[in-house]
Write a protein that binds this ligand. Structure first.
Ligand SMILES: [Fe+2]
Length: 177
């Protein structure tokens, strides 16, 4: 059975002992071994949303409901992240910077398709864009090794792939219905 308070406590304990993503990833993997229990505990999302479950300088845990058939432009986190999908799909494109480019241009470097129950750890230097490729909401738990809402981060303009500062209000707007 999944209990959100236990999950938060386990994540907090994990980073006390290990500031890398590895221990937290084990906590998320354990939770995602029974995704239906998470759905039961948190409820099937009925609208898109970005809901913080826990926020501190060292750790942020978010319950996310992605809009159907929507793409979030390339962005970085400036901290490690562990994503677990408990309902739906998420297609990630991973990007890398083109060295020395004055506008911070990026190029595609890889891809990963995530389905219900999948867990994807990301190191602090990862740049990714995310698509929900299905015509219904995708539900995910995201765990970050820092304060996700306060960190200075970058986003890349989706047509020209040039870098600019990420505006958190724009992020929130993408998750509003
Ligand atoms: Fe992200």
């Amino acid at each position: 059975m999944f209990d959100v308070d236990n999950f938060i406590a386990d994540c907090c304990e994990a980073i006390e002992n290990d500031l890398t993503h590895k221990s937290a990833a084990e906590v998320v993997r354990c939770a995602m071994s029974e995704p239906s229990k998470i759905l039961e505990a948190l409820g099937e999302p009925t609208e898109p949303g970005i809901t913080p479950l826990y926020q501190s300088q060292k750790l942020t845990i978010i319950n996310l409901a992605w809009k159907p058939l929507t793409t979030i432009p390339p962005h970085n986190h400036e901290m490690w992240a562990v994503i677990g999908i408990y309902g739906g799909r998420e297609d990630n494109i991973f990007w890398r910077r083109i060295k020395g480019h004055p506008e911070g241009l990026i190029e595609a470097a890889g891809a990963k398709a995530l389905s219900t129950g999948d867990v994807c750890p990301m190191s602090a230097d990862v740049i990714h864009s995310v698509t929900n490729p299905i015509p219904k909401l995708t539900a995910a738990l995201h765990v970050y090794g820092g304060d996700f809402f306060e960190a200075e981060r970058s986003e890349w303009e989706p047509e020209r792939l040039t870098e600019h500062q990420l505006e958190m209000d724009a992020v929130r707007a993408r998750f509003s219905s």
